[in-house]
Design a protein around this ligand. Structure first.
Ligand code: RIB
Length: 291
């Protein structure tokens, strides 16, 4: 099996700051680092580190070729990534406060210029039973999800950054929806029905320090408790969770086992500063003995 990820690739500029900046405030950073990021790239790296096959469908500008090399070094199939001359690579400026909370300013760049023919060419190599995943940082999500569904792939939507209209468009094609509690409430308000009544096979609602809730199509609710850690940086922890969840399912794990593994991966990720470059692998998770 394999995972096909239509996802963003960002250059992440990470600033460690004493507190998150207020409106109009100028703040000196205590530390700066630049690395690979983007919700899509983070998930691809997490999927590869969780020992599943993953191909990344995306686009970068000429100055971002190093991000493609890095994805490849991490074991991601990068053949479906376009290098464009007319768009800059997406980037994110991320402030991380002492308590691990963050504030992110995003510039989409080439992430919103992915050609539909590139998506079609990539998915033409997929097989029924493979997994397709996307998030809300690229263009072309609906068309790709529809195509993936027609090809017999399991379709996963990680609904972040959250936009109820984007979710509404993808709903008819989605088998597994992953979103956080605030997003679930916003979606319920926008659609006028609870998330467990959307007609989706599986919904996973992440609850931060309370773990997550799995709502299965058969109406069952399963709570998976969180693992308590001291947070250093919460950035990318949700992406790591989702990547590990999807990798586990693609490798044939039952949902509960995949959720347990994803919870451990997300918890370990919270103890690290940075994004794709510091996503833990299976061995590190095993050695950390988090629960
Ligand atoms: O979820 C974290 C990610 O959000 C960062 O890597 C940043 O690039 C933004 O896409």
């Amino acid at each position: 099996m394999a995972v096909w990820n239509l996802g963003s690739i960002n250059i992440d500029n990470v600033y460690r700051v004493p507190h998150l900046p207020a409106a109009g405030e100028t703040l000196a950073a205590m530390e700066f680092s630049q690395g690979l990021g983007g919700k899509g790239a983070n998930m691809s790296v997490a999927i590869a580190r969780a020992a599943a096959r993953v191909a990344h469908i995306g686009a970068v500008g000429p100055e971002g070729k190093w991000t493609v090399d890095r994805l490849m070094e991490y074991g991601v199939d990068t053949r479906p990534i376009q290098v464009m001359t007319e768009h800059a690579t997406g980037h994110a400026n991320i402030a991380v406060a002492e308590d691990g909370e963050n504030q992110i300013v995003l510039f989409a760049g080439s992430n919103r210029a992915i050609s539909s023919s590139a998506v079609g060419q990539a998915l033409a190599e997929a097989s029924p039973g493979d997994t397709f995943i996307t998030q809300n940082e690229t263009n072309g999500q609906r068309e790709a999800a529809e195509m993936a569904r027609q090809l017999g792939l399991r379709v996963v939507y990680a609904a972040a950054p959250f936009d109820p209209d984007a979710v509404r468009e993808l709903l008819p094609f989605v088998d597994l929806l992953v979103l956080n509690q605030v997003e679930a409430e916003q979606l319920e308000a926008a659609l006028g029905k609870p998330v467990h009544a959307l007609g989706i096979e599986d919904v996973v609602v992440t609850l931060g320090s309370d773990g997550c809730l799995w709502l299965s199509g058969s109406g069952e609710e399963t709570h998976v408790p969180a693992i308590s850690v001291t947070p250093v940086d919460t950035t990318g922890a949700g992406d790591t969770f989702t990547g590990y969840l999807v990798a586990g399912l693609d490798r044939g794990m039952p949902m509960r086992q995949a959720l347990d593994l994803a919870t451990q991966a997300g918890a370990l990720m919270v103890t690290r500063l940075g994004t794709a470059d510091v996503i833990p692998d299976l061995k590190e998770i095993e050695d950390a003995k988090l629960g």
